[in-house]
Design a protein around this ligand. Sequence first.
Ligand SMILES: NC(=O)C1=CN([C@@H]2O[C@H](COP(=O)(O)OP(=O)(O)OC[C@H]3O[C@@H](n4cnc5c(N)ncnc54)[C@H](OP(=O)(O)O)[C@@H]3O)[C@@H](O)[C@H]2O)C=CC1
Ligand SMILES: Nc1nc(=O)c2c([nH]1)NC[C@@H]1CN(c3ccc(C(=O)N[C@@H](CCC(=O)O)C(=O)O)cc3)C=[N+]21
Ligand SMILES: [Mg+2]
Length: 285
Amino acid sequence: MSATILDGKATRNTIFAELRQRVDALRARGVTPGLATVLVGDDPGSHAYVRGKHRDCAKVGIESIRVDLPATASQGEVEAAVDELNADPACTGYLVQLPLPGRLDAGTVLERIDPAKDADGLQPVNLGRLVLGEPGPLPCTPRGIVELLRRYDVPLAGANVAVVGRGVTVGRPLGLLLTRRSENATVTLCHTGTRDLDAELRRADVVVAAAGVPGLVRPDSIKPGAAVLDVGITRTAEGLVGDVAPETRETAGYLAPMPGGVGPMTRAMLLLNVVEAAERAADRA
Ligand SMILES: NC(=O)C1=CN([C@@H]2O[C@H](COP(=O)(O)OP(=O)(O)OC[C@H]3O[C@@H](n4cnc5c(N)ncnc54)[C@H](OP(=O)(O)O)[C@@H]3O)[C@@H](O)[C@H]2O)C=CC1
Ligand SMILES: Nc1nc(=O)c2c([nH]1)NC[C@@H]1CN(c3ccc(C(=O)N[C@@H](CCC(=O)O)C(=O)O)cc3)C=[N+]21
Ligand SMILES: [Mg+2]
């Protein structure tokens, strides 16, 4: 038995077609959604991600604005770029590509983003809204994971979900999303202090691996038939590798592979956040 593949690319394409219609409807109301990216420095991986986001925008009809700053940019220069986008009516949503070069304080930059223009859902006010259950942009990777499971009818209500990693972009907000009443999962958040990781994983109906450790999840780590989502990404000499050992495909019931699973969904959810923010702005106008 081999796992059913949770195909993030195909699902992303479906979502893009849905978004294109919503963007057309916004344009008919005189609103043009525009996504901006702020990229600091010349990390090739970050450049590739940002290029991909602009390509995605073109596919669904969202305008895009690129702000590229040199690796030598000061904290004040990055904050000035954020202030400019907050004031720019052509920018309805934006993100600051992470990680920032080490000497810059990412927390202060994220706090400065206008919560109404936060495409990532990582601005502290929006993380607070997530905790409170109030509407707002949702963190893209967790939202992409929930959306992928929903579209393949993988049940979450009452399910035991083990999440490996408590990072701010994936694991911790995913725990918050999955424990909403609308999802109703029971979540175990695992990290380096977890005493017996495999014991937690074997209890789970759904395993989400977001640690950035190649081979962390193996066939004997999971309950046979479980849904496994590979989120972690590690750059090696052989290319990008996930957290899930390839043989796990034979034991899992569902597998979101890396590449081709959660990554494309993350990008789709970024654009969904931008479209939703533009719709909220149009409703207010
Ligand atoms: N596919 C996609 O769309 C995306 C993928 N990613 C990838 O997902 C991964 C997680 O991202 P992010 O949350 O930002 O990363 P962080 O580095 O912030 O978090 C990693 C987490 O994994 C935990 N961890 C590390 N090693 C182990 C281990 N051996 N056992 C158990 N837990 C462990 C850490 O525990 P502790 O807290 O104790 O240190 C930490 O909580 C990265 O590989 C990143 O590249 C990120 C965003 C999008
Ligand atoms: N402010 C901010 N927001 C982010 O959402 C953000 C960020 N910073 N910094 C980096 C991480 C990482 N991330 C990914 C997005 C898409 C893929 C993706 O599309 N991956 C493809 C493979 C990509 C490839 O082959 O290069 C896949 O999994 O199929 C991966 C990773 C978003 N991040
Ligand atoms: Mg063990």
